[in-house]
Design a protein around this ligand. Structure first.
Ligand code: SF4
Length: 116
């Protein structure tokens, strides 16, 4: 079947195409859901082990700020993901899929590529 172009797309259609392409390109970048669940489970396990050993769950503010500044300069951070817990636009790591504004505060969390 041959597709013929009968008219130019209007502005609304072009915006929809642009939004869809942006959404699809970002979906491709994030790890699959099972990988994100696995990463989250690993982080929770590390935190649990630390708590059993009497270590603190949350890190201090300075350490969290240093981690966040590393993430801010990292090409693997996406900025336009809405965090379902806070309902705010948040930075999200495309390596682990985590919302970094939260993850940097957990003492036993680790950058998946060893940057912090
Ligand atoms: S956790 Fe690591 S890979 Fe992810 S954004 Fe931060 S520095 Fe980059």
């Amino acid at each position: 079947m041959k597709i013929e172009k009968t008219r130019e797309p209007n502005k609304k259609e072009l915006n929809n195409i642009r939004d869809t392409e942006k959404m699809l390109s970002q979906e491709k970048k994030l790890p699959p859901a099972h990988q994100m669940a696995r990463n989250l489970a690993i982080d929770m396990w590390r935190s649990f082990k630390g708590m059993v050993k009497g270590q603190k769950l949350l890190t201090d503010t300075n350490k969290a700020k240093k981690r966040w500044s590393v993430c801010e300069d990292c090409p693997f951070l996406l900025y336009d993901e809405v965090n379902p817990d806070t309902n705010k636009i948040d930075g999200r790591c495309i390596e682990c899929g985590c919302f970094m504004n939260i993850k940097v505060h957990f003492e036993h969390s680790q950058c998946p590529i060893g940057k912090w």
